[in-house]
Ligand binder design. Structure first.
Ligand SMILES: [Zn+2]
Ligand SMILES: [Zn+2]
Length: 127
């Protein structure tokens, strides 16, 4: 293994670990979050690492931030989200199948087939 690929491996593990700890993050949040540990880590590198992980199916896309920044998800199983209107935090939820079917019945021939995002105010912002 050459120096460059071992560095990539090190960053890949760091990015994956960060994402698993925070569940949902943008590239910028990852760069900032890893700055103490890896001051030399650039946004370009993080961008490349998350793009590769996404391609490999090791992470998924989450709903974008309110500023429309791409956000990644460490949970690769199918799930829905609760999004705080105030702080933009995401929480994983599972919308019950029966509820989806009720909404589906309002849509006729339009099909619900993707993740659902419910918005509101989170417990932290409510507190
Ligand atoms: Zn909030
Ligand atoms: Zn999620």
């Amino acid at each position: 293994m050459n120096i460059s690929s071992s560095r990539t491996t090190k960053y890949t593990i760091a990015v994956l670990t960060y994402l698993q700890r925070h569940n949902h993050s943008t590239n910028l949040q990852i760069v900032k979050g890893l700055r103490d540990e890896f001051p030399e880590l650039s946004k370009t590198t993080v961008h490349r690492v998350t793009a590769r992980l996404l391609e490999q199916g090791k992470i998924h896309s989450a709903p974008a931030t309110h500023e429309n920044a791409v956000r990644f998800d460490s949970n690769v199983l199918p799930h829905d989200h609760f999004n705080c209107r105030h702080c933009d935090r995401l929480r994983d939820i599972l919308v019950p199948r029966t509820l989806v079917e009720e909404v589906q019945s309002q849509l006729g021939k339009c099909n619900i087939d993707g993740p659902i995002t419910i918005t509101g105010i989170c417990s932290r912002c409510n507190g």
